[in-house]
Design a protein around this ligand. Structure first.
Ligand code: ATP
Length: 263
């Protein structure tokens, strides 16, 4: 099927991936095996190493050590084959601000080698589904945070990638736009494609994903089907706290000056 890695194979395979920034170890030798056709969540607290991992997996940041394969292609040895098969919505999304939303999609589509009429057809549909048709001729610089995420998502989906990587796609997005994005992603995975997204919001991951990888302090603490990782715990949040060891410090007792009206 176009737009999908054969079911049963791995969409993403990561082996022994390391990244250090000076003394700081951001990613400490992780292994990951993410199945095709799933909605995969990479979860972990701020600073866990999620963005660094996704940057290395998508070929934006060179690892110190380790290998990454996407749909059977090595990201660093075969970058063109990999980039043709993936879509990426990176953190701190940089867009061409002086283009309109429609122009941005036309540019992305042509860059991907799609014929002009096909780009127009897909762009019209994506703008419509993502509720951006009314703003398609507005410059991207004038878009709100949610609109920027949506136009970035449209650009990442235009060439119908096999695997879509999203770094915190719901950050700063209002509930209506979040629901729209969610609908598009659910439709996309239902067709057999794979979504890998990072988030520190456990409830979101729990409600969307069928497969999760839990990351903390640069290491993968658990990975597998959501129900397996959650285990006996009532929520993923609870399972996560058990996996990484909740800090036993009672924050309240250290902030005895806070509240109560006294200065
Ligand atoms: P968040 O949820 O806050 O975005 P994250 O899980 O995505 O966090 P990363 O951004 O990957 O985490 O950061 C992992 C660690 O690596 C952090 O300690 C961070 O300070 C450090 N780090 C990341 N990028 C750099 C860089 N370019 N230079 C130095 N340190 C970095």
């Amino acid at each position: 099927m176009e737009g999908a890695v054969a079911v049963g194979t791995s969409a993403v395979r990561v082996q022994g991936l390391w990244k250090r920034f000076g003394q700081q170890v951001a990613v400490a030798g992780i292994d990951l095996e993410l199945p095709a056709g799933k909605f995969v969540g990479l979860v972990g607290p701020n600073g866990a190493g999620k963005t660094t991992t996704l940057s290395m997996v998508t070929g934006l940041l060179r690892p110190d050590q380790g290998a990454v394969e996407i749909a059977g292609h090595d990201v660093w040895r075969d970058p063109v084959a990999v980039k043709a098969r993936i879509g990426v919505l990176p953190e701190g999304l940089r867009l061409f601000e002086r283009l309109s939303g429609r122009e941005l999609l036309s540019y992305s589509g042509r860059l991907r080698g799609l014929p002009g009429n096909e780009v127009d057809r897909r762009a019209t549909q994506l703008l419509d589904v993502l509720d951006l048709a009314g703003a398609q001729h507005k410059l991207v610089v004038d878009y709100s945070t949610g609109m920027r995420k949506k136009i970035g998502l449209a650009a990442a989906l235009l060439h119908n990638p096999e695997v879509l990587f999203l770094d915190e796609p719901f950050e700063g997005v209002d509930p209506v736009s979040a629901q729209t994005i969610r609908g598009v992603l659910e439709r996309y995975t239902a067709s057999g494609a794979t979504v890998v997204f990072s988030s520190h919001v456990m409830e979101l991951v729990e409600s969307l994903c069928d497969w999760v990888a839990v990351m903390a302090a640069g290491r993968i603490r658990a990975q597998g089907p959501l129900a397996e990782v959650r285990g006996e715990a009532p929520t993923l949040q609870q399972a996560f706290l058990e996996l990484v060891g909740a800090r036993d410090r009672d924050a309240g007792s250290h902030l005895d000056w806070l509240g109560g009206g006294s200065r």
